[in-house]
Structures are given as structure tokens and as C-alpha cells.
Ligand binder design. Structure first.
Ligand code: ASP
Length: 324
């Protein structure tokens, strides 16, 4: 008997077409991925949902929550062996990490997308879609958390990031590499990922901005954020976790308001550490109460802090969940 795979189409280039006269790539009236289903129906019994058709820059944590609830609903009421989600690539890693941090299940949940739209030469969407269904059907993909499958590679939600604006090999896991590969005949895993914390949430309401540090940065944006009444802040800091000294008065003003501030690095390899003892160096930032992170990138640290705050996680223990 064919296994049931839940497919959730959410939009993105994988469901778009190029207008030959203008060159503009846009969503089509009917999702082209649905026409392609004949080619994949032989693999599994596909239960298809398309809750929205959005370019992924239009996806917010509210849509992520909707996808989570849809999956949990199926998990409760249907016998499904896996889930495949098609998604725009720009924010795919954030949705993947959100789902990885909120859904508890052993079955594979796989996100995929495309870099070329459905009527362009070299459309990678159908291939990635088929690869993702194969991974979702594969028993070895169970208990590995949420996975991202494109271009014959299997990545974890935690480590994967979009690294190239247009190349089909855009999804990479800097420092760690993919955990598996998709070949013509087999799905092969070569690493066992660490599983993430799960946050129990039913709503999403917090405001956590993301700031990138730069040479000569001052306190003005920190003061602006103080007046916006934010719930937390992620800073993509310099190197191992340092900030220009001119940011310190604004940063201190946020910390005095008990706003949790998490530091990631703007380097895409390595973790942040309190190494430097100069003005604005990591040692001083840690003493002030800034939380150092474990190598998550800024956009995923933002998702983690949003979820932790939403789940009322004990703020004095926030540094623990960012330490691994
Ligand atoms: N801008 C598109 C999106 O994220 C890119 C893609 O899907 O590849 O929706």
C-alpha cells in the first residue's frame, strides 16, 4: 500500500512562472506544482494542502504557525509517513527552523524550493520536489528533525542557510555540511544531527528585531529600538562577539529595561565567545548581561528568541538555550 505524504504548497519561485515579455517572475493563478503531480503520484498517496501562495519575503511567523498547526492537525487525525513543504527560498530556513523548534514528531518533515521558476530552462523545482518526497518516504530520515532538501543534498534546519542569490546550489550548511545526499538510487545519511529544543506555543506575538553591527556603528538605532518597546533583540556582532564602543550607551539602555539581547556573529562560521577585554569587547558585553549564542545565524536566533519569549521561558535561563 502506498504511504501517505502530506504536501503543503506555500508559494515561492517553485510555484511561479516567468513572463516572457517582461522577464518578471511572479506567482501564477494555478500553482504549476499541482500539474506536475502525475509524475509523483506513483511514489506516494499525496494529501495536498495549499494554505497560501506567497513569495517567501511575504511569509511571517504567523504563516509559520499556520503551517505548524496544519501539520499537527494531520499528525493527530491521519496516518501520514512524512511531510513535504514547498516554500520560497528567501526565508525557507526560518520556516524550517521554526517548525523544527515547535513540532515533536519522529516522521520526516522536509522543506524544498526552487531557484528557477516553472517555465524557465533548468527548472529545479520538480526535481527538488521528487527528491523531497523520496526523503520523506525514507525510514532513515525519521528522528532527524526538520530537513531541507535541494540540489541532491539533505541539510538540517538548524545549520542550513541560503548562501547564493541565484545558484541552484545555494543551500549550504557552513562549517558542518549536509547530513545526507540524494542519489539516483538511494538516500544516504552520513551524520546524525543533534535534536533541537521544542517550544510549546499556540500564538506568536513578540517583537524581536535583528541588527547588524558595522565599523563606526553608534547608539542611535539602539535608542530608536528602546522607544519602540521591543521584547528582545538579536545583534549580528563583529567577529567572536564584539561591538564598536559607541554602541555601548544605547545597548546599556536596552539592558536596563530588562530586554534580552542575544549576540550572534556576522561571520557565518564559528560561535560567539567572550574573548576580548577592550571597550566593546566580548568580555565587557557578557558582564553587562548580553547572551552569547552557539553559532545560529541572526535570522534563526531571532526565531529562537521569539519562540522562547512566547513560551514564557525563564529569562534568567535564556543563556542556557543559546549555549548549544
Ligand atoms: N524570492 C523567491 C521567494 O523566496 C525566491 C525563491 O523562491 O527561490 O519566494
Amino acid at each position: 500500500m502506498k504511504k501517505n505524504i502530506l504536501v503543503i504548497h506555500t508559494g515561492g519561485t517553485i510555484s511561479m512562472e516567468e513572463d516572457a515579455s517582461t522577464g518578471a517572475v511572479k506567482p501564477t493563478k494555478d500553482n504549476p506544482m499541482k500539474d506536475k503531480n502525475d509524475q509523483v503520484f506513483s511514489m506516494a498517496n499525496l494529501l495536498i494542502e495549499d494554505p497560501f501562495t506567497l513569495p517567501s519575503p511575504h511569509i511571517t511567523p504567523l504563516e509559520m504557525l499556520k503551517i505548524k498547526e496544519m501539520i499537527e492537525d494531520y499528525l493527530k487525525n491521519q496516518d501520514i509517513s512524512g511531510v513535504v513543504i514547498t516554500h520560497g527560498t528567501d526565508t525557507l530556513e526560518e520556516t524550517a527552523y521554526f517548525l523544527d523548534s515547535t513540532i515533536s514528531t519522529d516522521i520526516p518533515i522536509v522543506l524544498t524550493g526552487a531557484m528557477r521558476s516553472s517555465n524557465e530552462i533548468g527548472f529545479d523545482g520538480l526535481y527538488n520536489y521528487i527528491s523531497s518526497i523520496r526523503v520523506a518516504l525514507c525510514p532513515e530520515a525519521r528522528k532527524k528533525g526538520v530537513l531541507v532538501v535541494l540540489n541532491d543534498e539533505i541539510h538540517t534546519a538548524k545549520n542550513v542557510t541560503k548562501t547564493h542569490t541565484s545558484n541552484v546550489s545555494t543551500f549550504q550548511s557552513p562549517q558542518y555540511g549536509p547530513i545526507g545526499i540524494v542519489t539516483k538510487r538511494k538516500i544516504l545519511f552520513h551524520h546524525q544531527p543533534m535534536l533541537s529544543d521544542k517550544f510549546n506555543i499556540t500564538s506568536i506575538s513578540k517583537n524581536v528585531p535583528l541588527l547588524k553591527a558595522h565599523a563606526g556603528m553608534d547608539s542611535s538605532l539602539f535608542y530608536a529600538l528602546k522607544s519602540l518597546k521591543i521584547d528582545g533583540l538579536i545583534i549580528e556582532a563583529l567577529g567572536q562577539g564584539n561591538l564598536p564602543p559607541q554602541t555601548l550607551p544605547g545597548l546599556s539602555a536596552l539592558l536596563e529595561d530588562q530586554i534580552p539581547v542575544v549576540l550572534v556573529s556576522r561571520c557565518f562560521n564559528g560561535i560567539t565567545q567572550d574573548v576580548y577585554g577592550y571597550e566593546g569587547g566580548g568580555k565587557q558585553l557578557k558582564e553587562k548581561g548580553v547572551i552569547f549564542s552557539n553559532g545560529l545565524n541572526g535570522q534563526k536566533a531571532r526565531i529562537k528568541l521569539l519562540l522562547a519569549l512566547e513560551a514564557n521561558f525563564d529569562q534568567s535561563k535564556l543563556s542556557d538555550i543559546f549555549s548549544y
